[in-house]
Design a protein around this ligand. Structure first.
Ligand SMILES: Cc1cc2nc3c(=O)[nH]c(=O)nc-3n(C[C@H](O)[C@H](O)[C@H](O)COP(=O)(O)OP(=O)(O)OC[C@H]3O[C@@H](n4cnc5c(N)ncnc54)[C@H](O)[C@@H]3O)c2cc1C
Length: 422
């Protein structure tokens, strides 16, 4: 049995912070509420929701892309499918919350251009939608960057989602994509199936949507999603956990802007820094240690499958060999806070061990090739075979993809328009 798209939808408010609740009310549809108990074999094709384009992944890149596509093509029927029960559940909701000014990146590089453009677009977007941010600047050795700001990127993602829904887009949560396939004709033998031939099924086999085209922005799972439509397994995503310390509230006035080290150009990580947060707290970090699970936020969150997958990957072994001492040092500092504090004292000498406590963490999707090189470019893929013309995978959107999200979305939309001829 299948249930049509609009049958008995109960709207569900996304949960987010109190301060923002007044500003933003949005709805997502829990996929289990809409296409329940669907046996794909027996489903009548016309009962399956149909879209022109489906975007997989409700992080900031997926939502910015969805918003950009619906603004450009208001007549297209668009949907987003997200495996968690809310948007921004992973990288986009677990990061430093900095609006980067792009001063680290090679001048003229795509990453630098997108960052600077993304920063300008972000400030404009936030002013228009009254999303709170602070332009508190950043200090790095003798350099001061006045344009750097702080923001809650999870909240921004949810605003993109709201804008998308306001323009007629549909967001399905609890929909973990497991399979893409091409359906040449509907089971009833009419031609309807030919117009929306791509079928996307969920892991629990309870949900299914049909569409003409797919764009995937799967963050920590982008390689696995790409493989599902026949793409190569590499570049592979290896997940690195970034742990933060929290500055005690009495000492928070020690820091009123971002304080950053000069980054080591061999790594995409910017190094531990002091970051004031929108709620007045101050985070110190993050470090970078191998996560034992793709979305493992603590030392005890372990997935044997993910761990085996990482450790058996030649690229990670090569990377570990190259940077063994660095890796061990990062882990040591993660376990022994005193060592981390010692490093932070280089920037704020008055910082004491008693001023800090363990804080939250985030997990970064780091694309790696089989020679152990960290991939720092955008990687798009479509693979080969029947699905190739209908699917665009964003396999790597290098950090700071939150700051650059609106600019990245323009680039992805341009690519999708060209590839799908929409
Ligand atoms: C510790 C840390 C600090 C950072 N600090 C900053 C910063 O200060 N400023 C900045 O600009 N950037 C920062 N970044 C980078 C930034 O957060 C990321 O580049 C950005 O959030 C990536 O967004 P995304 O949409 O690609 O990925 P994600 O936010 O991870 O979204 C991917 C989504 O896809 C979903 N998904 C995965 N598989 C499936 C599936 N099979 N079916 C359906 N859905 C699926 C996931 O659940 C997830 O919601 C930081 C990152 C980290 C980890």
């Amino acid at each position: 049995m299948s249930i049509p798209l609009n049958a008995g939808l109960s709207a569900r408010n996304i949960i987010f912070k109190k301060s923002a609740r007044r500003l933003l009310k949005t709805c997502t549809s829990d996929s289990s509420q809409i296409v329940r108990c669907l046996s794909t074999e027996n489903a009548r094709h016309k009962d399956i929701p149909q879209y022109d384009v489906v975007i997989v992944g409700g992080g900031i890149v997926g939502m910015a892309t969805a918003q950009e596509l619906i603004m450009r093509h208001p007549n297209l029927k668009l949907a987003v499918v997200e495996k968690e029960n809310e948007l921004a559940a992973h990288q986009s909701g677990h990061n430093s919350g900095v609006i980067h000014a792009g001063i680290y990146y090679v001048p003229g590089s795509l990453k630098a251009k997108l960052c600077v453009k993304g920063l300008e677009m972000t400030y404009k977007y936030c002013d228009k939608h009254q999303i709170p941010y602070k332009k508190c600047g950043k200090g790095l050795k003798a350099i001061h960057s006045p344009h750097t700001g702080i923001i809650d990127w999870g909240l921004v993602t949810k605003f993109y989602g709201k804008e998308f829904e306001n323009r007629g887009g549909k967001v399905y949560t609890n929909f973990e994509v497991n399979k893409f396939s091409i359906k040449a004709e509907s089971s009833e033998g009419n031609k309807e199936g030919l117009s929306h031939p791509v079928q996307i099924e969920s892991s629990d086999q309870n949900s299914v949507v049909n569409c003409k085209y797919v764009v995937t922005c799967g963050g920590l799972h982008s390689d696995r999603i790409a493989e599902k439509s026949g793409c190569e397994p590499e570049p592979k995503i290896v997940s690195f956990r970034g742990e933060y310390l929290l500055l005690s509230p009495e000492k928070s006035n020690m820091v009123n802007g971002n304080i950053y080290p000069v980054p080591d150009s061999r790594f995409p990580f910017l190094g531990v820094h002091f970051t004031p947060r929108m709620d007045g707290s101050v985070w110190l970090g993050p470090n970078a240690v191998l996560a034992f699970k793709r979305e493992g936020y603590g030392y005890f969150q372990i997935s044997p499958t993910d761990l085996f997958d990482s450790l058996s990957f030649r690229g990670l072994r090569k990377l570990a060999f190259k940077y063994f001492a660095y890796g061990v040092k990062e882990m040591y500092k993660g376990v022994y806070i005193r060592a981390q504090v010692k490093q932070l004292q280089k920037f704020v000498p008055s910082l004491q061990f008693k001023d800090v406590m363990r804080g939250p963490s985030g997990v970064r999707a780091q694309a790696l090739d089989r020679e152990g090189n960290l991939v720092d470019d955008f990687i798009f893929d479509s693979g080969t075979g029947e699905l190739a013309n209908r699917i665009l995978h964003v396999r790597n959107a290098p950090s700071p993809a939150a700051t650059s999200s609106l600019a990245i979305a323009e680039m992805i939309a341009d690519k999708a328009e060209k590839q799908f001829e929409i």
